[in-house]
Design a protein around this ligand. Structure first.
Ligand code: DQA
Length: 148
């Protein structure tokens, strides 16, 4: 079973879009690094991006049916989308909300998330490396690994 990694609006512009906030890595760079990281961990990822809310909702539903876990960077839909909240609520596998930037240290509107109440955990502020951290954390959740 795969892990779904879903990316929302404008994340296709990574590398060129506000690099001082989001870094210089492109989404393709992140996908390649994450695929290699997943392979080392013995798992496979399904990595996707869409600028469309309904498409993301469809993919969250698909992940709920097909994946062992889900990582989602919902982009700006984080702050607005009840539809993504509802879709994520219906997913029973571990699920992580991820942001490249520290959304709490930016504009006030980024401090509220429709998605956070519907996921297992939230990771933000680690840049592109956050994707690798999120996968490690998700696999721990999936395997129900005890601490430490
Ligand atoms: C983002 C943070 C969101 O507030 C913003 O709308 C994005 C990217 C991040 O990864 O830091 O598009 O999700």
């Amino acid at each position: 079973m795969t892990v779904y990694v879903l990316n929302g609006p404008n994340l296709n512009l990574l590398g060129a879009r506000e690099p001082e906030i989001y870094g210089r890595a492109t989404l393709e760079d992140i996908k390649n690094a994450l695929e290699a990281h997943a392979a080392r961990a013995g798992t496979v990822i399904e990595f996707r991006q869409s600028n469309h809310e309904g498409v993301l909702v469809d993919w969250v539903q698909e992940a709920g049916a097909k994946a062992k876990g889900l990582i989602i960077n919902p982009g700006a839909y984080t702050h607005t989308s009840i539809a993504l909240h509802d879709a994520l609520k219906a997913v029973s596998t571990p699920k992580i909300e991820l942001h490249l930037s520290n959304v709490h240290a930016r504009e006030a509107f980024r401090r509220s998330s429709m998605v956070s109440p519907a996921v297992t955990a939230v990771i933000c502020g680690l840049g592109a490396a956050g994707y690798l951290t999120a996968l490690d954390a998700l696999l721990r959740l999936i395997d129900k690994k005890p601490f430490p």
